[in-house]
Design a protein around this ligand. Structure first.
Ligand SMILES: Nc1ncnc2c1ncn2[C@@H]1O[C@H](COP(=O)(O)OP(=O)(O)OP(=O)(O)O)[C@@H](O)[C@H]1O
Ligand SMILES: [Mg+2]
Length: 205
């Protein structure tokens, strides 16, 4: 399948990152060709983990376990020297958008897509980003006609966070929140939710 970019992107970098992850046995689509406007990669078949959770909320436990495993596996992949660090210390490869909407559940297992924000970063940055998203996401505005209910989102967040040390993640949540505020692509609603979160002080849940 072809992924098209609205604005020219560093697709060569994104493809190299995906190849690096694949070299460490991490499940990613195979990239066949890149231009600044397009990336040609394997077409995956299956729902996203997010879609599967919306379709059957009783599956949240199983899917969250899968997502936690993916986070643990990713944290073991070293950040290659040629890659810039998005956050210091850039010891590991970080995806920085590894939420259920970016995991496709195929018959061969889960595959992680959308590596646009990836780079080098500290261990914990990926789960911290998921934690941040669960706190600031506008559930009504995402997922089109099938949004995730607030209740499902809370259950997911609680289950997901049992696998990580929240004390270690909290400073990263703040750092990522500040980075997102500086990102011009952020919607006004997410921006104001992030501001409120930061004003509320240290992240506690
Ligand atoms: N290799 C693939 N094979 C099949 N479907 C894919 C593939 N890559 C992406 N998709 C589908 O396209 C959707 C968007 O892909 P992706 O997350 O890479 O782009 P995006 O620009 O970040 O979009 P979004 O804002 O929806 O996250 C995915 O949710 C998935 O359903
Ligand atoms: Mg995506």
């Amino acid at each position: 399948m072809v992924r098209r970019y609205r604005v020219p992107a560093d697709t060569a970098r994104e493809a190299e990152i995906m190849r690096h992850a694949a070299a460490f046995g991490f499940p990613v689509p195979e990239v066949y060709e890149v231009t600044p406007a397009e990336m040609v990669m394997t077409r995956l078949h299956g729902p996203t983990m997010r879609e599967a959770m919306v379709a059957d909320p009783s599956s949240i436990g199983t899917h969250t376990t899968t997502l936690i495993e993916l986070h643990h596996r990713l944290a073991e992949i070293p950040g290659p020297a040629w890659l810039t660090a998005v956050i210091e210390p850039g010891v590991a490869l970080v995806h920085l958008d590894l939420h259920p909407g970016n995991v496709v559940l195929t018959d061969e297992g889960p595959v992680v897509i959308d590596w646009t924000d990836a780079g080098r970063g500290p261990i914990g940055a990926d789960p911290a980003l998921v934690w941040l998203l669960t706190q600031v996401v506008d559930v009504e505005a995402t997922g089109g006609s099938r949004p995730l209910s607030r209740e499902t989102l809370t259950r997911f967040a609680d289950l997901f966070l049992t696998a990580f040390d929240k004390g270690l993640l909290a400073p990263l949540v703040t750092q990522l929140a500040e980075m997102r505020l500086a990102d011009p692509h952020m919607s006004d609603s997410e921006r104001s939710r992030i501001r409120r979160l930061l004003e509320a002080g240290p992240v506690t849940r």
